[in-house]
Design a protein around this ligand. Structure first.
Ligand SMILES: Cc1cc2nc3c(=O)[nH]c(=O)nc-3n(C[C@H](O)[C@H](O)[C@H](O)COP(=O)(O)OP(=O)(O)OC[C@H]3O[C@@H](n4cnc5c(N)ncnc54)[C@H](O)[C@@H]3O)c2cc1C
Length: 504
């Protein structure tokens, strides 16, 4: 690369100041790394990030991640969404899930907490809160500077951005579904071709409108009709050239065909389109280049999973990459990013594909849809779909042990008024000791720089005596009994590196 380059060596350069890139930047900066974010767009503000088109359904898993970093209240306030959605827990293939039918008593290791249900927030608000936090933590965010080249030299990566170049120990592509980083680094990106083009638009419609209100499956597709808004899934084999503008004439033609009505649109005020193309990077890491968010996985927006999955990637990757860079953990800790998050990406693709299969405009799919609708309407069905949509069923395969291992830690309400999430705020691990008497402080002392020791009683301890929590809030080790000698030390070594590692 024959470019001007500064001599400064960043720990991490992140391509893309979308929500995933910014959240990852916050995670890395929390660990005091030197982070540069390069963003293609000049301005973070676009109408497509504002409500309603920019509104995203955020899951319990996302709410918990934000809560654990003290960001949930800021996001809720910025998005001004008020109380979390209550009536509907989410939807599958356009079928709403009745929140009243969910049976949360089946979620053994969950405690009520500020992130107990899904909620909505617009992209603009999420990004502005994350950008403010990143900048406050010292992240260098440069806009109007797209990543255009990279050269992985083994010990470091040269990252080209127009005529400038930057040195980084690691480069993370968080640059969205058409990721330049993914293409430049040569990641394989495999999956299935799309069956539909979907449109989401703010429109003016001639009255009276022949369209039925709400969500409607039709013989040639699907449409959702709300005052001033229209969403359409047109099973055209993704024939529409999405580089073209979405004109009134085009949208009206599609809507007439899909709705089988003579509806008249008088204006399209704002419109976006997407397809159900579903692809996944076969690996999330190549040398010193990593992928997260839409850069690693694309799929349709059905069921609202993309942002949640991307933020989950960032929360999983951040502390691991930081520990490897700071040499407190062995380099193979990074392998667990692939091992844990790639199956989640694969699952999300299949979850959206299943919805496409149910929504297809043919008699077979209509027959399946009627059955799914009946199932969703039962307590078993509502609970099943909700725990997947909300990320509540997520359990990483960390090699067995206690049933809580690999799950999101319960948000214990401690007797001093704090919650477990408060103790995770600084990005370190936490050992909760409910033992009587508390006995593990000495065992964990050699990891005091990486693991906080909390010996408090909680209102509901769920029968546990001790829990070791990773910085991302997932349980590394747990016990219901007097812990066996050396057990907590072994778990701490596995996830936080050898006792007394020297920081760089
Ligand atoms: C209509 C619609 C509804 C949706 N609803 C939901 C929902 O309810 N819930 C949900 O979880 N998800 C939803 N999604 C998906 C969600 O919006 C995405 O998954 C999410 O935005 C991905 O975040 P990201 O940061 O990975 O990528 P992006 O948001 O795409 O951000 C990528 C950033 O990288 C920048 N960039 C691109 N190229 C470069 C480059 N070469 N160099 C530097 N910067 C670059 C871009 O400008 C952008 O700022 C929806 C999507 C759509 C379209």
């Amino acid at each position: 690369m024959t470019l001007y380059s500064s001599s400064r060596l960043y720990d991490v350069v992140i391509a893309g100041a979308g929500p995933v890139g910014l959240f990852l930047a916050c995670e890395l900066a929390l660990a005091k790394l030197d982070v540069l974010v390069l963003e293609r767009a000049d301005s973070p503000v676009t109408p497509l990030k504002a409500p309603p088109l920019g509104t995203r359904g955020l899951s319990v898993a996302t709410g918990e991640a934000l809560h654990r970093r003290g960001l949930l209240d800021d996001v809720l306030a910025a998005a001004a969404t008020g109380a979390p959605r209550k009536a509907q827990a989410g939807h599958f293939a356009g079928i709403g899930i009745d929140a009243a039918k969910i049976d949360p008593s089946r979620w053994t290791y969950r405690l009520p907490n500020p992130a107990s249900t899904n909620f909505a927030a617009d992209m603009g608000s999420v990004e502005s809160v994350l950008a403010a936090r990143a900048i406050a933590l010292g992240v260098d965010v440069r806009r109007g500077l797209p990543v255009t080249g990279l050269d992985d030299r083994g010990e470091e990566v040269m990252v080209g951005a127009g005529t400038a170049a930057f040195r980084a120990r690691w480069l993370v592509g968080c640059d969205g579904g058409r990721s330049t980083v993914r293409k430049l680094a040569g990641f394989a990106f495999e999956g299935t071709e799309p069956q539909f083009t979907a449109y989401y638009a703010l429109v003016d419609m001639a009255e009276p409108s022949p369209l039925r209100p709400g969500r409607n499956a039709t013989p040639s597709g699907f449409y959702m009709n709300q005052p001033g808004q229209i969403a359409i899934a047109d099973f055209d084999g993704s024939a529409f050239d999405r580089a073209k503008a979405i004109t009134v004439e085009h949208l009206q033609t599609v809507l007439r065909r899909v709705s089988a009505t003579d509806v008249t649109l008088s204006a399209v005020r704002l419109a976006t389109s997407f397809t159900d193309r579903a692809r996944l990077a076969t690996t999330y890491r190549k040398g010193r280049v990593l992928l997260a968010g839409d850069a690693a996985h694309i799929h349709s927006a059905l069921g609202g999973q993309g942002l949640n999955t991307g933020l989950g990637d960032a929360m999983n990757l951040g502390w691991k990459l930081a520990a490897v860079i700071r040499r407190t953990a062995p380099a193979d800790l990074l392998d667990t990013y692939q091992a844990e998050r790639h199956p989640v990406g694969q699952w999300v693709l299949d979850w959206t594909r299943a919805q496409v299969a149910v929504m297809r405009p043919d008699p077979h799919a209509r027959a399946v849809e009627r059955i799914v609708r009946d199932l969703v309407d039962t307590p078993d069905g509502a609970t099943y779909f909700t725990e997947r949509l909300w990320g509540v069923s997520l359990q990483y395969d960390l090699g067995g042990g206690h049933p809580l291992v690999g799950r999101s830690v319960p948000d214990f309400a401690f007797d001093d008024g704090s919650r477990l999430a408060c103790h995770l705020r600084h990005g370190a691990g936490v050992l909760v000791d409910f033992g009587d008497p508390a006995s593990l402080q000495r065992s964990i002392a050699p990891w005091a720089d990486r693991i906080r020791y909390v010996a408090l009683r909680a209102q509901n301890e769920l029968g546990l005596t001790a829990v070791l929590v990773r910085p991302d809030g997932f349980v590394a080790w747990a016990s219901d009994e007097m812990p066996a000698a050396g057990a907590v030390e072994r778990a701490a070594t596995a996830w936080f590196g050898p006792a007394g590692s020297v920081l760089r």
